[in-house]
Design a protein around this ligand. Structure first.
Ligand SMILES: Nc1ncnc2c1ncn2[C@@H]1O[C@H](COP(=O)(O)OP(=O)(O)OP(=O)(O)O)[C@@H](O)[C@H]1O
Length: 403
């Protein structure tokens, strides 16, 4: 795979001044006094992008996406680290950037072409396509200062994609256009992708990234949190957005005691009739339809327990209850005599789609009315996939064309 963009240990510090005057004071200070605080917008980011990749850049507001893209285009320079770009970039970064507000739309097309390294004749070959794509009617002859944000987006997009770039960077520009224009842009981006153009795409709609991009990078507070196949990264990102910063990292695969169990002993407290002593899961991250297996060890301390039952419940991190069968409801008899027992709970084809999940295990009697021992959130697991469906669970279904 040919690397087209190589980002190595890139850090970007911004200087923050409390008052505008402080910047001036600092520049004239003989004693070299500091009037600013430093803010790290990007922190030691390293990754590379291969030729032909469509990579989505994900992250909440202020996570450093624009800063990174501006450094790739050369508008900003890194404080530390290096960025190597092997191709011609066409970028729609901030609406209106690269346009002269006093010039007409038509004159700005030539100006943009010039900045991309095309001479007037070369732009003359392209201008009709650009104007047709922008489709803003007679506004093309008006100074761009009178344009609406939608018109800006149309013109910027039309120019960027009609100049045969090696790398196309689209930062949120699609969000301003109407649906018809968005569709047209996506069609054109697909065409460029098919021709091998590398595309960097920032969108606040993760589904768009899932559908359009093969890769994704997730920035969080200036740090590259995850990088990989787009659908898997979007699942992680969406999970983080829904459940907060602690989700995912809290996924545990720990059994109640990681040490081997001691010899079986009756508890000193005679009211303790049975305990779940160990819970373990076969993996901590799954793909949909993989086999999930939870092993539950429990101990029974009295001979008189009727209707002993085990239950396993799966929850989202927000405690939305997804599924909770028990051995009584399903008429499965489990050992009830004094001693140590083990049960395997097996889902042969896990139907969950993306996200992280937690598991509770309980042991009860009397049809579940009396709880003997309950372990909440005793372990967790995550599910991520290549993009093939949306939602929490995959339901068996079929499509029938009626007409
Ligand atoms: N010129 C600047 N001077 C000081 N701080 C800046 C400057 N530009 C950006 N920042 C800060 O750097 C951080 C990253 O900003 P950046 O615009 O790269 O984020 P972003 O992920 O693109 O956000 P958004 O989704 O809102 O566009 C933010 O906290 C922002 O306030």
């Amino acid at each position: 795979m040919e690397k087209i963009i190589d980002i190595r240990n890139v850090t970007k510090m911004y200087k923050l001044y409390e008052k505008p005057m402080d910047r001036f004071k600092e520049s004239v200070s003989f004693s070299k006094r500091n009037y600013h605080e430093e803010f790290k917008a990007l922190d030691n980011v390293t990754f590379s992008i291969n030729k032909g990749d469509a990579i989505g850049i994900l992250g909440t507001n202020g996570s450093g996406k624009s800063t990174l893209l501006k450094m790739i285009t050369g508008v900003l320079t890194p404080t530390n680290g290096d960025i190597v770009v092997n191709g011609k970039i066409s970028a729609i970064l901030e609406l209106g950037a690269g346009f002269n507000p006093e010039y007409t739309g038509r004159a700005n097309i030539y100006l943009n072409g010039l900045m991309m390294g095309y001479n007037r004749e070369e732009m003359e070959e392209r201008i009709n396509n650009i104007i047709e794509f922008a489709d803003i009617g007679s506004f093309i002859e008006q100074p761009v200062k009178v344009y609406s944000s939608g018109m800006f987006a149309r013109l910027a997009f039309a120019v960027s994609i009609n100049v045969e770039p090696d790398i196309l960077i689209v930062d949120e520009a699609l969000a301003v256009g109407d649906i018809r224009f968005q569709t047209k842009c996506i069609e054109k981006m697909k065409e460029l992708k098919a021709q091998g153009t590398t595309i960097l795409f920032v969108s606040h709609a993760p589904e768009q990234v899932k559908r359009f991009c093969n890769k994704a990078a997730w920035l969080n507070q200036g740090i590259l949190k995850a990088l990989g196949e787009s659908s898997e990264i979007v699942d992680l990102y969406e999970d983080f957005m829904k459940n907060g910063p602690d989700s995912g990292s809290e996924v545990r695969t720990i059994s109640i005691s990681s040490e081997e169990l001691n010899d079986f002993q009756l508890p000193t407290n005679p009211d303790v009739l049975a305990l779940v002593t160990k819970v373990a899961i076969n993996k901590d991250s799954f793909k949909t339809f993989e086999k999930l297996e939870i092993r539950i060890d429990y101990e029974v301390y009295a001979n008189s327990i009727e209707d002993l039952l085990l239950g396993v419940a799966i929850y989202t991190p927000k405690r939305e209850y997804i599924f909770g069968p028990n051995t009584h409801l399903e008429k499965v008899s489990i050992p009830t005599d004094i001693g140590r027992h083990s049960i395997n709970y097996v889902i042969s084809e896990l139907p969950l789609l993306g996200g992280s999940f937690s598991v509770d295990v309980g042991i009860f009697n009397n049809e579940g009315l009396v709880c003997l021992d309950y372990k909440q959130d005793i372990l967790g697991f995550s599910v991520s996939n290549k993009y093939f469906s949306e939602g929490i669970v995959y339901m068996k279904h079929r499509w029938e064309v009626v007409k």
